[in-house]
Design a protein around this ligand. Structure first.
Ligand SMILES: Nc1nc2c(c(=O)[nH]1)N[C@H]1C(S)=C(S)[C@@H](COP(=O)(O)OP(=O)(O)OC[C@H]3O[C@@H](n4cnc5c(=O)[nH]c(N)nc54)[C@H](O)[C@@H]3O)O[C@H]1N2
Ligand SMILES: Nc1nc2c(c(=O)[nH]1)N[C@H]1C(S)=C(S)[C@@H](COP(=O)(O)OP(=O)(O)OC[C@H]3O[C@@H](n4cnc5c(=O)[nH]c(N)nc54)[C@H](O)[C@@H]3O)O[C@H]1N2
Ligand SMILES: [Mo]
Length: 763
């Protein structure tokens, strides 16, 4: 039964680059986009032939997303956005020395984020030369020496920040944290601070571990799946195969998302000949609820309220009730406080806060309690709010009420971001390390790691801005563009004494010139990595705690590139010349890095043996076995007040989202096919009634303003199937509307998805 609540899709072809998209997700459009990505980025190079000839396992882990791969077969051929990620890295284009001789840094700053990365792969280490305003080549040794000198010149190691983006392998990230701790700091701003930090901080309090509890096999056993605040058609496309298999089995798939996302509605699998050759596609969501932006907390309380009410009614009728009372008694604490809180929350408050009717919320709850085994999936729509941690804990509450944790076919499934963001955290990238881990690290390497807590991303930027931090090393990423408030972040970077970016592609963060600015080009995951000990491979951990190997096989983009572990080791040797760590030995053979990881993290026992098995192995997730690593040893129901939000008539809440043609700050192209946008990104999606109420119409140009005077000028409003009171615009352009201080106080996650704004006609 279809239950698609309210908002109809407005259609209009009168606005430039805006047209309704009627097709399913996937299908021929996806295959066409794969072909275009290969053609535009790779042409007829030898690497193209190598990639296309391979219909067997690719060998490398797809850098596109962290969704697991069932048979570890080629994801390249069939996932459109995986193909974009791979071809963007394996591009035939280069930014060589001639490029930097032709274009000054000032000129490059005027280029778009798309143009900067589309220019191609970095080929040489570079240093900014203030005399000529150009980036100039520098030898690797000299680059390392300058970085080492810059770091050693700091008065205190805590004046340095070590940023890590989630692409880095376990091996690179482990060496990176070792270097920073041997140097003397726990300052690890990390992309997960902008992403699933609400999960990493929230779930340990609820269930004792900050990771998802399900595996891919659980999706085969579930009776219902909820997808809340994530957009798999664009950001986790391989999940569509899992969802469509579930839909074909007749499973209810309930969606809560302010926007109608085609990738949650219908899918035509490029791997399914019948679907490709007929008009047939698989309907995914069985019910689609367009919750208001920021309304999830109210919606989840409403679901629990409906559940408690139905439970009471069932008990009154002599039934066994709808809560899993045996599970609750044996495994949890805190039910009474939660039940009180929910009883005191009125339906008026829930309906106003969520933008959903009581009937809609009750029907979601009914699907939930009718299913024996439920998986809740969620993404940035839940975490990137001022109450992100509370949202995550409400999801856990809902699951615990019916024992949907730690049994087959049930559990919580955070959709992770970068392909190894979870692994980087596992191997020590954290500003708040535990004592046991530090003690083992110290024992293994003969160092004295600092014990004081370090900086996460927001704190790092604040310290840089205030001059307390003077240097940053970035292992991947584009931190200044990814964070809120570009003006504040750009300013923070420009104040530094030393800024080092280890990257595959040049980006805007490199152009925020410090006294010393160095760019080091690294191998990508698709490329051959040869060290003194022979060909190397690396390991990653996916969203479901599976650790597996990844081996690049394409010819490197340039002869002078180094691997990330080799670059980290080069910096470490130059920074800590008298240290006891044999960096060269570690880099010569990554098995040695894996042995060290095993020594510091016992969960990696027999790492080198187990990871050599096909598909790798799963790290221990206690909550999957009903082992709760919380202080009480029980899973905890946790209570949170609702943050009141203004009504749709009073205020518009803006969320920031990814288009189908981007990877975070990497803009592959200007289209957003499933949302009907072609050739532009300067649009803001709104409900037609909200526009009409403000005297605006589809296609009008507007200025978007916040209460604290931030403004995004000249955007075109697009009437869209989005919840009342809600707006959406693309990140990173809209980051200028968000203050650095707008973040979840518990986890530090920026509130990228709830900015209160007004729209006025552009002048
Ligand atoms: N191709 C591609 N793949 C990617 C990425 C990419 O940029 N491109 N990025 C990677 C990374 S780092 C990450 S973290 C993930 C991100 O993956 P997602 O979490 O899917 O990313 P977003 O596009 O930020 O937003 C997700 C959805 O949340 C909805 N949403 C917005 N606000 C709210 C809200 O208040 N409540 C609810 N319920 N929903 C809301 C939006 O309508 C959108 O459908 O994807 C990873 N994979
Ligand atoms: N408004 C708003 N802002 C957001 C978000 C949002 O939803 N809304 N999402 C947030 C999220 S979830 C995240 S994760 C952050 C993303 O933040 P980051 O991880 O910092 O940013 P990316 O855009 O993924 O990084 C792109 C750069 O990575 C480099 N790169 C690519 N591959 C490799 C590699 O293999 N090795 C190395 N060393 N470098 C490589 C390239 O040079 C490229 O320029 O943005 C956050 N910002
Ligand atoms: Mo992310």
């Amino acid at each position: 039964m279809m239950d698609y609540s309210d908002t109809s899709e407005p259609k209009s072809a009168d606005v430039d680059g805006v047209d309704a998209y009627d097709g399913p997700a996937g299908g021929w459009g996806a295959l066409g986009a794969v072909a275009a990505a290969v053609r535009e980025q790779m042409g007829a190079s030898a690497n193209t032939r190598a990639l296309l000839q391979m219909n067997q396992p690719t060998g490398f882990d797809c850098p596109g997303c962290a969704w697991p791969d069932p048979q570890k077969t080629s994801s390249f051929e069939f996932c459109e956005n995986g193909a974009k990620a791979v071809t963007w890295e394996a591009t035939a284009k280069r930014v060589d020395l001639d490029f930097f001789a032709r274009h000054s840094a000032s000129e490059l700053f005027g280029w778009s984020d798309h143009a900067l990365e589309d220019a191609g792969r970095l080929t040489h280490p570079l240093r900014y030369d203030a005399d000529t305003d150009h980036f100039v080549p520098i030898a690797w040794d000299e680059a390392f020496e300058r970085i080492g000198a810059g770091l050693r010149a700091l008065e205190d190691p805590n004046q340095a920040e070590f940023y890590c983006s989630g692409r880095a392998s376990n091996e690179a990230a482990f060496l990176y944290q070792l270097m920073a701790r041997a140097f003397g700091t726990n300052n690890f701003p990390d992309c997960s601070n902008m992403c699933h930090e609400a999960t990493s901080v929230g779930l340990p309090k609820s269930i004792g571990i900050g990771k998802g509890t399900v595996t891919l096999e659980d999706f085969d056993l579930a009776d219902a799946i909820f997808c809340i605040g994530h957009n798999p058609g664009t950001n986790h496309p391989r999940m569509l195969s899992t969802l469509s298999a579930a839909a074909r089995r007749g499973l209810p798939i309930v969606v809560a998302n302010p926007m109608r996302e085609r990738g949650l509605e219908r899918f035509k699998s490029p791997q399914h000949p019948t679907e490709m050759l007929t008009p047939f596609s698989t309907q995914l969501a069985s019910a689609y609820h367009q919750v208001r932006v920021g309304g999830d907390g109210a919606m989840l309380k409403g679901m629990m309220k409906a559940l408690f009410e139905a439970d009471a009614a069932d008990l009154a009728n002599g039934g066994p009730g709808l809560l899993d009372r045996a599970f609750i008694a044996e495994h949890t604490i805190g039910l009474d406080a939660l039940a009180d809180d929910i009883a005191q929350t009125g339906w008026d408050e829930i309906v106003a806060g969520s933008g959903l009717s009581r009937e809609a919320i009750t029907s979601m709850a009914e699907t939930y309690w009718r299913a024996e085994r439920v998986i809740l999936c969620y993404g940035m729509g839940i975490t990137q709010h001022a109450n992100g941690t509370a949202n995550v804990q409400q999801l856990a509450n809902l699951l615990l009420l019916r024992g949907n944790m730690g049994k087959p076919g049930a559990g919580i499934c955070p959709l992770r971001g970068h392909s190894n963001v979870q692994g980087d955290r596992t191997v020590g990238i954290t500003e708040i390390p535990g004592e046991a881990m530090l003690a083992r690290l110290d024992a293994r390497f003969g160092i004295a790691s600092p014990r004081a807590h370090g900086h996460a991303a927001v704190e790092a930027l604040q310290a840089m801005r205030e001059g307390r931090s003077k240097a940053i090393i970035s292992l991947g990423g584009n931190l200044a563009v990814a964070m809120p408030d570009p003006e504040a972040c750009f300013d923070a970077f420009r104040k530094l004494d030393l800024s080092v970016s280890i990257l595959t592609k040049f980006n805007r963060t490199c152009l925020l010139l410090a006294k010393e600015t160095i760019v080091l080009p690294c191998l990508g995951r698709t490329e051959l990595d040869v060290q003194a000990g022979g060909d190397q491979w690396i390991t990653v951990e996916d969203s479901m705690s599976m650790v597996h190997a990844s081996r690049g096989m394409l010819k490197p983009a340039a002869p002078d590139l180094k691997s990330e572990p080799a670059i980290v080791a080069g910096i470490a040797k130059a920074t800590l010349p008298h240290g006891a760590i044999d960096w060269d030995a570690l880099v010569a053979d990554y098995d040695r890095i894996r042995d060290a990881i095993e020594a510091v993290f016992p969960d990696f026992r027999d790492f080198n043996q187990r990871v050599r098995k096909k598909g790798g192995f799963r790290l221990t997730v206690g909550a999957s076995e009903r082992q709760w690593g919380t202080a009480s040893g029980k899973a905890c129901f946790l209570v949170h007040p609702l943050t009141p939000i203004a009504s749709a008539e009073q205020a518009l809440i803006l969320t920031t989202i990814r288009s189908h043609d981007q990877y975070n700050t990497t803009i592959y192209g200007m289209n957003d096919r499933y949302r009907g946008i072609t050739g532009r990104r300067d649009v803001i999606f709104a409900h037609a009634d909200d526009l009409a109420a403000r005297g605006l119409a589809h296609g009008d140009r507007v200025d978007v303003r916040t209460g604290d005077g931030r403004v995004l000028e000249g955007y075109t409003v697009v009437a869209h199937a989005i919840a009342r009171g809600s707006l959406a615009a693309y990140y990173p352009e809209a980051n200028c509307l968000i203050a650095l201080d707008d973040h979840d106080r518990t986890s530090g996650t920026p509130a990228y998805k709830s900015v209160s704004v007004t729209l006025t006609p552009a002048v």
